[in-house]
Ligand binder design. Structure first.
Ligand SMILES: [Mg+2]
Length: 180
């Protein structure tokens, strides 16, 4: 039996600062994780406030991603961005955006900055794009095998299957399953 690097999985009901180490790369799922629907008003809301995201980037040195399992298409990306904009969150994820990009290395994806849609291959696409962004010349971020080692990776998702996959594929990641 092979020994998998020990990622940690925890079930939580809120997203809080102490769960996220300094300098982390933080990956949020979108539906029912960062975006929630207020049961009374039926309007969409962000699970965390902007101050929190600003704090993660500004004081804690984190880099933030949204990775959604919705099917990668231009129209789905437009819809997702409309929601992101309605909540006023785009700047937290698109600071270094090169505009709309798409690709299909092994798995198809569409991205706008750090907002990515890619079906259920979240972990694979995350590693592929991260390595592409870094060109793996940055020793702070990439190890010999191309996997991220030096910066903690934190993953929030409300679906057990996504958590399971991410925790296995992204070594040493801190995975938080949001209670539904
Ligand atoms: Mg979800």
């Amino acid at each position: 039996m092979t020994t998998l690097a020990a990622s940690s999985v925890q079930e939580v009901s809120t997203i809080e600062s102490h769960m996220i180490p300094n300098d982390s790369i933080v990956v949020f799922d979108w539906d029912n994780t960062l975006k929630i629907v207020n049961k009374e008003t039926k309007r969409i809301e962000s699970r965390v406030n902007k101050e929190f995201l600003r704090h993660l980037i500004g004081e804690r040195g984190c880099e933030l991603y949204v990775i959604s399992a919705i099917r990668p298409s231009q129209m789905n990306m437009d819809t997702l961005l409309m929601e992101v904009d309605r909540l006023g969150l785009r700047n937290f994820f698109c600071q270094n955006s090169k505009g709309r990009e798409k690709g299909a290395n092994d798995f198809p994806w569409v991205r706008e900055g750090n907002i990515i849609i890619c079906g259920y291959n979240k972990a694979e696409v995350f590693l592929t794009l991260r390595e592409k962004d870094m060109s793996c010349t940055d020793e702070v971020d990439c190890a010999d095998d191309g996997h991220l080692t030096k910066r903690p990776v934190v993953f929030f998702d409300d679906e057990a299957e996504n958590i399971e996959k991410f925790s296995h594929i992204v070594k040493d990641s801190l995975c938080y399953k949001i209670e539904g």
